[in-house]
Design a protein around this ligand. Sequence first.
Ligand SMILES: Cc1ncc(COP(=O)(O)O)c(C=O)c1O
Length: 405
Amino acid sequence: MMSYGYDPKLSEGAIKPPIFQTSTFVFESAEAGKAFFEVAYGLREKGPDEKLGLIYSRLNNPDLEVLEDRLTLWDGAEAAAAFESGMAAIATCLLTFVRPGDAVVHSEPLYGGSEYLLRVILPEFGIHPVAFPAGVPAREVEAAIKEGAEGHPVTAGLIETPANPTNALVDIEGIADILKGMAPSDKPPVVMVDNTFLGPLWQHPLEHGADLVLYSATKFLGGHSDIIAGACLGSAELVGRVKVLRTFMGTMAGPWTGWLLMRSLETLKMRMTAQMKNARYVSDFLSDHPRVRRVYHLDMLDKEDPMYPVFRKQCEAAGSVIAFEVEDGEAGAFRFLNALQLAKLAVSLGGTESLAEHPGTMTHADIPPEDQKRMGITPGMVRLSVGVEHYEDILADLEQALAAV
Ligand SMILES: Cc1ncc(COP(=O)(O)O)c(C=O)c1O
C-alpha cells in the first residue's frame, strides 16, 4: 500500500503520489489525443504495450489509477473502479447489468439506501427486485427466489453479507450457484457482494463465487470519517463494462478522494485489526450485561446455528460492527444513545472513532416498520461501530450509558 503502482520518477521524485487536481490532460500531439480516445472509447483494441492515456478526469486520473491498482490486491481482483460514494458504486454496477423486465435477486436486510434503490427506484425503470432473507441456508430460500423471479430473467444478484445492521450472513457460494443455475450459461447473472462490513481484510467474496465486490469506501477503506467514496472490484471484463457507464454517468471519485483513500490504505490492516480486537471485548461485555437482551455479532454466533459453517467457510474474523438490543424498545435505545460520552451518536461505521446509531429511525428509517420487523430490525436495536480507542475506555462508556437505559 506504500508504493505499489506508483513510480516517483513520473512525479519529480515525490515519495507519495501528488494530488492530480486537474480536470484535463494536455496531449503531446493531436495524433496522441486521437490514439488515447480510440482506446478509451473502445474504437480499437489496445496495442500489446499500450496503456490507457490520460485524457480527462471523468475517464481517468493518476490518483484513481494508482488507488484502483492497490485496491485489487486485497481482494485478488483483476481490476477495480473507484466511485464518489458507495451508492454510486452500487447504482452504477446494477445499471450496467440490468435492463427493464429483468429481476435482481437480493438479500435482506440491506443498507437502507440500497434497499430504497431496489424497492422504490429501480422498479420505476421496470426492474423487478426479488428479496430473500439473510441468515438462512441457501437451500431454504431457493424455492422462494425461483418463485419470486418467475417470468423475469435474473441478470444480477446483490448480496450484503454480513447484513447491515443485523450481521446476518448470506452463503455467497450457495446463492451464486442458485442464481447461475437459473440463467442460460451464456448469460449468467452478475453476482455482486457488498463487502463493506468485513472487507477487504476479513472476507473475500471473489473466492466464494462472487463476480463483483462492492464497497462503501466511506467506511473501513477510508477509515477516518472524512470522505464519501465507493469501489467495485472483479474481472477486467466486468469492471471494464462498469467503467463505461461510470464515464457516462460521471460517478467516478475525484482526485482528492482517491488521494485520501490511498493514504488510508496504508493503515487499513492495522486499523481493522485493532477494531476487530476491540469488538471482541465489546461483544463479550454486552453479552453479559443485564440490560442487553441480545447481541448480534459474528463472534457470538452459536456453533449450532445453521450459518456457523458459512461463517467458518467465508469469513476470517467477525469484524467490528455490532448490533444489540437494549430493554424498553426505542425509548431505551434513545436513552442509551443520548448518554454516550466517548462513542459518538452518528451514522456511518468503520472509522477510527466508535460510532453508535439507531437503525430503525436512522440508517434504515426508509424501510416501512412492518418490513423492518420481518428483517429483524427491532425498536430496541442499536448499531455500534467499534473504533480504535483503548477498549477499557469504550467499555466504561458503554457501562455508564447502559445505566441510563
Ligand atoms: C453496507 C453499506 N453499503 C453501502 C452503503 C452506502 O455507501 P455510501 O454512504 O458511501 O454511499 C453503506 C452506507 O452506510 C453501507 O453501510
